[in-house]
Design a protein around this ligand. Sequence first.
Ligand code: SF4
Length: 455
Amino acid sequence: MFEASELVGKTYHIKTFGCQMNLHDSERVSGLLDACGCNEVLTTDDADIVVFMTCSVRENADQKLYGQASAMVSAPKPPSGKRIVAIGGCIAQRDGEKLKQHVPAVDVVFGTSALASLPELLVEAFKGHDGQVVVDTQEEGRGFSTELPSHRAQSFHAWVPIMTGCNNFCTYCIVPYVRGRERSRTFEAIVRECERLVGDGVREITLLGQNVNSYGRDLYGKPRFAELLRAVATTGIERLRFTSSNPKDLTDETIAAMKETPAVMPHLHLAVQSGSSRILKRMNRSYTREDYLDVVHRLKKAMPDIAFSTDIIVGFPGETEEDFEQTLSLVKEAEYSSAYTFIYSKRPGTPAAEFEDDTPHEIIQERFDRLASLVAKQAHEANQKDLHTTVSVLVEGTSKRDDHVMVGHSEKNQTVHFSIPNNHSCDEYIGKIVDVFIDEARTWYLRGTLVGDPR
Ligand code: SF4
């Protein structure tokens, strides 16, 4: 019989690789372990429980996990003398029991739907014999992990999952195979959670899902995302963001809700992946270059100040120079203020892993470099537009280099640095919203002078 009390006093450390959904899952794991009486510690050396939250979307997260988790075999034991290593998230779901062959240090493997059973699996592992691995990757009949307690990394910001899984099957992506089909939380549960968060002093909420625009389709027979945005705003949240947004499902109703809801921030991450309709078809993205640009133009018409960021894959199998030039021209037309650019990497188990791919790596690297310099040039130009204006900033912490310099994000999601007066402490600013007059616009950040008092 499982007794959570058996975990009381155990120490834990979580290492997270990958996307926001994973970061959020880590907050839930932390909340769960706290609720069992465990204490978080800063290093793996001091931890009785080390949890790796994994992502299989990009190859480098995969490699990092294998490197770091394998190193646990020779890591010094914690003061208690026994350590349990648990691996959760997408790689755990994908590889299940096989993980043990590659990572001998692993004791517990828990899949994307098994978060709630982690304490039970840990108790079992603490009782078990060395070398035995406890695995739970079952998906069916599992509740939404978001109903679990959460230990937020920042008191002023919260991720709120509204759905999980994806029905789109882009040919390069592993998500539908490891997170399953789309499952939405109920409208009421989301709004209730947001109300509670606002009551706790949260100032910014990011609604989270693999494809937020189709929120509700599985539960209500039609998407209700536009309605959800308006309902969440009535909770009094000051800043509202959402990710990820698939362009093919972004409706005029959602654009209207964004425009008419002051809490919705004027920034949208809208993954394009390629500017070539031919490559988009091979990716199974279900929109063309023209469809994508049409969404961008409709959004700009409704919200002239909106800033866009995106994801772009370079070197997808079969990409020609002409296809790549289409990507460059789309980047110019969409005027992104930032972009996450990636060289395509094969994800085993996806259709694209079987596609012929004979473009030499040097050519792909050269394309990637050209794209990166275009994105940097545009990011600089976008930041220049805010020079000598005042922007509103949610303050998150201090700069890594100077603890008298505060860092936060503007409404358009730019990183903003500013100094605080000598007789003030950082704590007076963290989690507050301040106005900053911008006197320097660099490629990846703005720097300015504090105006008025924090609020
Ligand atoms: S929309 Fe495509 S890229 Fe995004 S999670 Fe779904 S399958 Fe993956």
